[in-house]
Design a protein around this ligand. Structure first.
Ligand code: AMP
Length: 191
């Protein structure tokens, strides 16, 4: 089973690239943001707990996310592979993922780290807000907070995987197909 994580700041293009990767490699796409939005719209207990954090651009507490993620992996344990999008977002989540993989006899095959500069991220998110209907994309203050949270709490995850020799840095600025081709080269190396 192939396990790939796609990583990067909000607006870097994880969702766009995930849709292409998922299709080409026949992977199950687990986006923790999408799952949480679904839970909030359904008004489940988890959704209610997550709502205010999401509105402010803060991270959901690690224990809630880790439990939710493991449940999704268990549901898809017979899949050809899984693409993790928006997870892990803290070093604690990355450590928990390693423990979970170990327990299940799995491993992370590659960590795709997409990059883009601050102004590009903000412009893309504001543009996305026109179609996404996401309140956290429409408010500049929330966007700035999400980028700040990313830099402070999430970026150390890139270092964690660099130390494991699993991180591949990908320039997230350019044509979608060019970025996708670079991603495919990285995936084909570990496949
Ligand atoms: P995203 O769709 O990935 O931009 O995520 C939207 C929001 O969901 C984030 O701003 C967080 O509030 C929450 N979220 C998504 N994934 C995680 C995660 N792995 N850890 C904590 N919070 C998360």
């Amino acid at each position: 089973m192939l396990n790939i994580a796609i990583f990067g700041a909000p607006g870097v293009g994880k969702g766009t690239q995930s849709a292409l990767i998922e299709k080409k490699y026949n992977l199950v796409h687990i986006s923790t943001g999408d799952i949480l939005r679904e839970e909030t719209s359904k008004g489940t207990e988890l959704g209610l707990k997550a709502k205010s954090y999401m509105e402010q651009g803060q991270l959901i507490p690690d224990d809630l996310i880790i439990g939710m993620l493991e449940k999704k992996v268990d549901e898809n344990i017979n899949a050809e592979g899984i693409l993790y999008d928006g997870f892990p977002r803290t070093v604690k989540q990355a450590e928990a993922l390693d423990v979970m993989f170990e327990k299940k006899g799995l491993k992370l095959d590659t960590f795709l780290c997409l990059t883009a500069d601050h102004d590009t991220l903000v412009a893309r998110l504001l543009n996305r807000a026109k179609d996404s209907g996401r309140a956290d994309d429409a408010d500049v203050n929330v966007i700035e907070n999400r980028i700040k949270v990313y830099n402070e709490q999430t970026l150390p995850v890139a270092e964690y995987y660099k130390n494991q020799g699993k991180s591949v840095e990908i320039n997230g600025i350019g044509e979608i197909t060019d970025i996708f081709n670079t991603i495919c080269e990285a995936i084909d190396k570990v496949k």
